[in-house]
Design a protein around this ligand. Structure first.
Ligand code: AR6
Length: 170
C-alpha cells in the first residue's frame, strides 16, 4: 500500500530517499526549486550534473543528494506550457512516471515531488494535479519498493488543489 502525503513547505528539507528536481534541459541549475536544490545540496551537485549531458523533456536522471537530507536527487524536466498544443500533458506525465521508475530502480522507499512545470514553465496548476493523480493511479501496481510519495507544495494554490485531489488517499 503506497501512502500519499501532501504538505506545504520547502522540498530541500525533505528526508525522503529521493527528492525530485524540476530542472531544465541543461541540468545546470536555474531559479525556483532547481536553484533551491542546488544551493542546499552544495557545489558538488553542479559538478556531477555537468557530466550528465542534459536531460530531454519528460526524461529523468539521478545524482547523489550530497549535503541534502535525501540520498538522491532525481532531475526531471517538465514541459513549458505552450497553450496545450505541444503534448504538454503527455510530457508532464512522462516526467512524473520516469522519476518514479528511476526511484524504484534505485530501491528508494520514499520520494518527494515539487509541483513540476507549474512555476516558471506556466503549466496550469489544476490540470497538472489531475495528471499527477492519473500517473499515480496508473503506475501504482508497478511500484514494489516505494511506499511513500510526498507532494511538497510551495504556493498555497497548489497546496489547496493537492489537498482536494488527494484527500481520499490520505
Ligand atoms: N520547495 C518546493 N517547491 C518549490 C520551491 C521549494 N524550495 N521553490 C519553488 N517551488 P519552478 P518549473 C515550487 O519555477 O515551472 C527553473 O529555473 C514553485 O512554487 O521551480 O518546472 C528550472 O531551472 C512551483 O510550484 O519549476 C527551469 O528552467 C514549483 O516549485 C524552470 O525553472 C515549480 O516551479 C522550470 O520551471
Amino acid at each position: 500500500m503506497i501512502k500519499i502525503e501532501v504538505i506545504k513547505g520547502d522540498l530541500t528539507l525533505e528526508q525522503t530517499d529521493a527528492i525530485v528536481n524540476a530542472a531544465n534541459n541543461s541540468l545546470l541549475g536555474g531559479g525556483g526549486v532547481d536553484g533551491a536544490i542546488h544551493r542546499a545540496a552544495g557545489p558538488e551537485l553542479l559538478e556531477v550534473c555537468k557530466k550528465l549531458n542534459g536531460c530531454a523533456t519528460g526524461e529523468a536522471k539521478i545524482t547523489p543528494g550530497f549535503i541534502l537530507r535525501s540520498k538522491y536527487v532525481i532531475h526531471t524536466v517538465g514541459p513549458v506550457w505552450k497553450g496545450g498544443y505541444q503534448n504538454e500533458t503527455g510530457k508532464l506525465k512522462l516526467a512524473y512516471q520516469n522519476s518514479l521508475l528511476l526511484a524504484e530502480e534505485y530501491n528508494c522507499k520514499s520520494i518527494a515531488f515539487p509541483n513540476i512545470s507549474t512555476g516558471v514553465y506556466g503549466f496550469p496548476k489544476a490540470m497538472a494535479v489531475e495528471l499527477v493523480r492519473e500517473v499515480i493511479d496508473e503506475i501504482k501496481p508497478n511500484l514494489k519498493n516505494i511506499d511513500l510519495i510526498k507532494f511538497v507544495c510551495f504556493d498555497n494554490e497548489n497546496f489547496q488543489l493537492y489537498l482536494q485531489v488527494f484527500k481520499t488517499n490520505k
